[in-house]
Design a protein around this ligand. Structure first.
Ligand SMILES: C[S@@+](CC[C@H](N)C(=O)[O-])C[C@H]1O[C@@H](n2cnc3c(N)ncnc32)[C@H](O)[C@@H]1O
Length: 218
């Protein structure tokens, strides 16, 4: 595939470092996601995190000792940050540079895929879903969680209050979540339409005030 792989500005340099600092304060978000993954992924399985950014979720999953974890992100800065953070934490995660819609992995390489707060940014969402299908083993599962397009201002404000950010970062995060990201995000019906163009036939989409949680089975 051609093109830059993401919508809008790429998350490199200072933007990536700001994001890593900001989201690093929201430990609860990653702990909750580890619990979700543990409910669905078998012990000893191979997990791929698509678009891990600074790598907090991958590192938390590796820390459980239950999984072999790989991360794939298109940002060079994030891959560097994530590798450093894994080394600091003393855990092994294979953080790779690459595009979600042209993954550098063999067919049926993973038991489980997780992708959080990133899918809306992909410029080729159907291509990314098709790649997830290709690299999952038969019977494997992908869990995609992302902002819902029809998120309310109240749900955003509540989430930002919970994140533990303050000052200008808080104002900026609220603005981006209220006004910028919903334009890229999907409604449940739009996500179903994307899935209909892929080889995934079994799925479930749950809505929370902030997010769509999409579970896909191969
Ligand atoms: C908002 S960050 C989310 C990071 C992390 N998953 C989290 O929950 O905090 C979006 C991530 O998507 C990555 N990304 C965007 N387009 C991508 C693509 N086509 N392939 C792989 N990663 C991509 C960005 O580099 C960035 O790390």
């Amino acid at each position: 595939m051609t093109g830059k792989g993401y919508k809008g500005v790429g998350m490199e340099g200072a933007i990536a470092r700001w994001y890593a600092t900001n989201t690093g304060k929201d430990v609860a978000r990653f702990e909750e996601k580890v619990d979700d993954v543990r409910r669905l992924a078998r012990q000893g399985g191979k997990i791929l995190e698509v678009a891990p950014g600074p790598g907090y979720l991958s590192i938390a999953l590796a820390r459980t000792g239950d999984y072999t974890v790989t991360g794939l992100d298109i940002s060079e800065t994030f891959v560097r940050i994530a590798r450093d953070k894994a080394a600091e934490a003393g855990v092994e995660v294979d953080f790779r540079l690459g595009n979600a819609s042209a993954m550098p992995f063999d067919d049926e390489s993973f038991d489980f895929i997780v992708c959080t707060a990133a899918f809306k940014n992909f410029s080729d969402p159907v291509g990314a879903l098709q790649e997830m299908h290709r690299v999952l083993r038969p019977g494997g599962c992908a869990l995609i969680s992302d902002l819902r397009k029809d998120v309310s201002k109240e749900a955003v404000d509540e989430d930002v209050a919970r994140m533990g950010v303050s000052g200008l970062s808080k104002v900026f995060t609220r603005y981006v979540l209220r006004s910028v990201l919903p334009r890229r995000a999907y409604l449940k019906s739009e996500f179903e339409a994307l899935i209909s163009h892929t080889a995934f036939h079994t799925y479930d989409i749950q809505l929370s005030p902030l997010a769509l949680d999409v579970e896909l089975r191969k």
